[in-house]
Design a protein around this ligand. Structure first.
Ligand code: UT7
Length: 318
């Protein structure tokens, strides 16, 4: 059977990193940096420059992923960008990235599943590859989420940041067993009854009932992780790395603990990146691959939860 293997990954963060204290001072937020760090784990976030678009971040992350994979952009036959902050309402940001990379064949489109966007996009790409409709797919999570923030709302404005991460998926023949390299299983869910709990308002600003989202996140992530383990027959101790969406360190710790994983096996980048929505998982992946933690042959579990609600998980043998 055909498997989608991760041939390489890359990331890009805007140059400007803003500490909690600097953000509070600059935007006159009624908060304190100690509260933010204690309740979320966040110490800083990167903020895109005024002329920097989501497609700029996405293209840079994609170039880094292609270089890491040793694959030329000409080999890419699909570009999928998970984003909530497209350059324009249309066309898709993926079309801009495709052109910026000099690709004039294949197809490109965006996926909107907010913070679960990368897991959704990865699942779609995996299906294309396993069906033989694409052989080499760029899957990118890219956000300029800071542009959706109401600086007068302290319950959301301190939580998010900008950035992009990308993976190159490539078709490879596998035996169809869990010993294969590549994406082994994917699990997507949504429940639109909770549409109002995390959304943008008429002005386009993020509004969130943080407590309720937190509560659902803990339950949904726990359930979908169980589902992924059941589908693959893997035991928690066989998971080498949990690479979760980075929304709150307390949620990350909760999922890790539930799996019985020591903190060293959970990749957390929230302290430095904050919540970058669809970009958070590929940013965390790129961090842990490039610093040598995630190695070939290891089992990596991804999970995410976001507005919609949407949530999902993926199991990958790196
Ligand atoms: O990525 C998509 C998924 N998103 C998430 O999973 C986010 C889930 N939610 C969370 O991470 C947390 O609920 C938050 C970080 C948003 C909030 O943390 P919390 O511990 O649940 O705080 P809370 O909402 O219960 O608020 C506790 C107190 C409140 O004050 P009172 O009413 O007790 O006097 C808030 O007004 O903390 C106050 N507060 C703040 N204080 C200082 C809320 N935001 C701030 C702030 N600075 N920025």
């Amino acid at each position: 059977m055909i498997r989608a293997i991760v041939a390489g990954c890359g990331a890009y963060l805007p140059a400007r990193a803003v500490s909690n204290a600097d953000l509070i001072a600059e935007k006159h937020i009624d908060s304190d940096s100690e509260w933010i760090e204690r309740r979320t784990g966040i110490t800083q976030r990167h903020i895109a420059a005024a002329d920097e678009k989501t497609s700029d971040l996405a293209t840079k992350a994609a170039r880094n992923a292609l270089a890491h994979a040793g694959i030329d952009a000409a080999a890419i036959d699909a570009v999928i960008v998970a984003t909530t902050t497209p350059d324009d309402r249309f066309p898709a940001t993926a079309a801009k990235v495709q052109a910026d990379l000099g690709i004039a064949h294949g197809f490109a489109f965006d996926v909107q599943a907010v913070c679960s966007g990368f897991v959704y996009a990865l699942t779609i790409a995996d299906n294309f590859i396993r069906l033989g409709q694409a052989r080499c797919v760029l899957v990118i999570g890219a956000e300029t989420f800071s542009r959706l923030l109401d600086w007068n709302d302290r319950t959301t404005s301190v939580l998010f940041g900008d950035g992009a991460g990308a993976v190159v998926l490539q078709a490879q023949e596998g035996a169809g067993t869990m010993a294969d390299q590549g994406i082994l299983s994917t699990h997507l869910h949504s429940d639109g009854r909770h549409y109002e709990l995390l959304r943008t308002d008429e002005a386009g600003f993020v509004r969130m009932d943080g407590k309720e989202v937190f509560r659902h996140a803990v339950t949904n992530l726990s359930d979908v992780v169980d589902e992924a383990l059941a589908a693959t027959g893997l035991k928690p101790e066989q998971i080498d790395w949990l690479v979760p969406h980075q929304a709150n360190q307390r949620i990350i710790d909760g999922t890790g603990k539930k799996l019985g994983l020591s903190a060293e096996r959970v990749v957390s980048t929230i302290a430095l990146h904050a919540n970058t929505s669809a970009a958070s998982i590929p940013l965390a992946l790129a961090t842990a691959v490039h610093d040598g933690r995630i190695r070939r042959g290891q089992i990596v579990l991804l999970d995410a939860m976001g507005g919609g609600f949407t949530w999902g998980a993926a199991v990958v043998r790196w």
